[in-house]
Design a protein around this ligand. Structure first.
Ligand code: PHE
Length: 343
């Protein structure tokens, strides 16, 4: 075949070349661009053609080679991205699904409790997780060296320069102190947040957990108001209308109580949850001690109030039948994706 005939043939072959797999692309490379390929042959033959033909075909051959190389590199790119040539632009292919996130079980419980208290006029207050001694203890009637401080095993943060020491807050009562210091009654707040206690981690307890505490201060607030509010909560959150208040002790409330809800003893789960008593312990509560009001700048002769506080993990574990508290903090996606979708 004449040199011009071979060039004609090459053009036709390039026009007809197709690739639908990675192997096709490799075959194309070997055939045209390989060390024994068509271009190699043509260029070595080119050295022997007449100078007329050199003038006629030189530029064209270079252009054809550049075209073959361009074709090869664009196919390589396409196939290395895992696309098949014919499907690359197929608009009928199903789209890529993006899995929506899910709400964390603690957030679900927290949001529900916030809504319940929102409906009766409580708003959310927040404060720092690293707290000073005053807001976590002293203002709440835990004087230095007082044995009540041992009720809550505390993580201390020492200032290496000998300045004031801090703690990781052991309860969100610290937020109540901050609110009383900064606002005038009437005060109606709930303080959700993360708290820390130096406890051994096991299936039932953790050194990090979440609380919601509540505070209501106004003129003439009584124990009866507290009981009514907690009854409303028990009904809204647990769907149970019977509660009881057992005497208890907290340094910052007087009198203090533990609130239990009557859960019932209808099935085996009820027995397990209530340890066979039918009653479920839900939260600590009490009338704010007048000394606490005074330390926070509120006149105890004029105002009174109540406070309550509960942990969220226990409710989440019970609601979602989570057997081990550590799962709540591990953030394993297989665990988290089981909960209410975020959209
Ligand atoms: N701060 C208490 C605790 O963490 C709970 C509580 C709050 C009790 C308010 C009474 C009143 O255990």
């Amino acid at each position: 075949m004449s040199f011009s005939g071979r060039v004609e043939h090459l053009i036709q072959e390039l026009n007809e070349a197709k690739a639908s797999t990675k192997e096709d692309v490799e075959r194309f490379r070997i055939k045209f661009l390989g060390s024994k390929g068509v271009f190699k042959d043509l260029f070595s033959e080119f050295k022997q053609v007449s100078s007329d033909e050199k003038r006629q075909f030189g530029k064209q051959l270079n252009e054809l080679k550049a075209r073959a190389e361009g074709q090869f590199s664009s196919w390589s790119k396409e196939f290395s991205e895992g696309l098949v040539a014919n499907e690359a632009h197929d608009l009928t292919r199903p789209g890529m699904t993006v899995a929506p996130g899910a709400h964390h079980p603690i957030s679900i419980i927290k949001d529900e409790i916030i809504d319940i208290f929102h409906a009766i006029g409580f708003s959310v207050a927040e404060g720092p997780e690293i707290e000073d001694d005053w807001h976590n203890f002293s203002a709440l009637n835990f004087p230095p060296e007082h044995p009540a401080r041992d009720m809550q095993d505390t993580f201390f943060i020492k200032d290496p320069n000998g300045g004031q020491d801090y703690v990781l807050r052991t309860h969100t009562s610290s937020v109540q102190v901050r609110t009383m210091e900064n606002e005038k009654p009437p005060i109606r707040i709930i303080a959700p947040g993360r708290v820390f206690r130096n406890e051994a981690v096991s299936a039932r307890s953790h050194c990090i957990f979440h609380q919601i505490e509540g505070l209501y201060i106004d003129k003439g607030v009584t124990f009866a108001d507290m009981k009514q509010t907690l009854e409303y909560f028990a009904k809204a959150f647990f769907g149970k209308s019977k509660i009881r208040l057992r005497p208890s002790y907290f340094p910052f409330t007087e009198p203090s109580a533990e609130m239990d809800v009557y859960w019932g003893l209808e099935n085996e789960l009820d027995h397990r949850i209530t340890k066979g008593t039918g009653w479920l312990e839900v939260m600590g509560c009490g009338m704010v001690d007048p000394a606490v009001l005074a330390s926070c700048g509120i006149d105890p002769e004029v105002y009174s109030g109540f406070a309550f506080g509960m942990g969220l993990e226990r409710s989440a574990m019970q609601r979602f039948q989570i057997p081990d508290i550590r799962m709540i903090f591990e953030n394993d996606v297989r665990f988290l994706s089981q909960f209410q979708s975020a959209i």
